[in-house]
Design a protein around this ligand. Structure first.
Ligand SMILES: [Zn+2]
Length: 277
């Protein structure tokens, strides 16, 4: 219950920043405002979710994430990557360049290419300002429900509870299928620009789909709830791979010693706490 209140407080903090932006008569959210909203939300997320906070793992994830983000059109953002200490497979992005990846993704990824695909997808949500656009649209429509409902799902008690249980997977707005396709397409290119083989996007999604189909431990359920249309997206990624020259793909790296070092470190750390009930 404390968690519920904390989540609502976090949402209020975000809303107050966004409301200030509106009160200033802005018809659109500036980059400065976007970063401010992101910073405030990130501070709350960091305080409320079980963060892994292992220097070695954080350093690797930041280095990989920044190598991808620095080759996008929003290289000027101060990109921050953090690991949530839960086995639930998920990742999410806050406005302004704050990317969160759950430990479950690191544990399930077999090579750098698979992790890069997940990070690049979340990076593209920020590059395309998907959550900012949701805020702007609500503002234009003069929607009275407030930004809290757009930025988080605290309006729906059950969803808020679910967000807490899975360690923040549902913290942020649910992306539309269109946003997901855009994030995949841009993410695919982001991975290539970083010199990494985008095939990992395909193999990681296939792995999650197989897990879901087998009715296994359910670690991937949150992923499917937050990232709709996984099957169609696998087909799209396959098409993009088919359209990429084989010589180009073979020139890109699939793994790195640093990734395997991170995996070994992860295996040494105490197990993640079970998702809160
Ligand atoms: Zn997404």
């Amino acid at each position: 219950m404390n968690d519920s209140r904390a989540l609502i407080r976090a949402a209020c903090a975000v809303a107050s920043v966004a409301m200030m932006a509106m009160a200033a008569g802005c018809s659109s959210v500036s980059q400065q405002q976007e970063v401010q909203i992101g910073q405030q939300t990130a501070a709350q997320v960091n305080a409320q979710l079980p963060m892994l906070r292992d220097a070695q793992v954080d350093s690797y994830v930041n280095s990989l994430g920044r190598s991808i983000a620095s080759r996008t059109s929003r290289a000027d953002l101060d990109w921050q990557f953090a690991v949530v200490n839960t086995d639930v497979i998920n990742a999410f992005a806050l406005p302004g360049g704050f990317i969160y990846v759950n430990r479950g993704v690191l544990a399930r990824a077999s090579n750098e290419s698979e992790l890069a695909g997940v990070l690049a997808h979340e990076i593209e949500h920020v590059v395309r300002r998907h959550s900012v656009k949701q805020m702007e649209q609500a503002q234009q429509a003069n929607v009275g429900v407030g930004l809290v409902c757009i930025l988080t799902r605290v309006c729906e008690n059950q969803a808020a509870q679910a967000a807490i249980q899975v360690g923040g997977s549902a913290y942020f707005a649910k992306n539309s299928r269109e946003d997901e396709v855009q994030a995949d397409e841009g993410g695919f290119q982001n991975v290539i620009r970083a010199g990494i083989n985008p095939r990992g996007m395909l193999t990681f999604f296939q792995k999650l789909l197989a897990e879901e189909g087998s009715g296994g431990s359910g670690g991937a359920n949150a992923w499917f709830a937050d990232h709709p249309g996984t099957q169609d997206r696998i087909a799209d990624i396959q098409r993009m791979l088919d359209a990429t020259p084989a010589a180009q793909l073979s020139s890109l790296r699939t793994d790195s010693p640093q990734f395997q070092q991170m995996k070994r470190r992860l295996a040494q750390l105490p197990a993640a706490p079970p998702p809160r009930q």
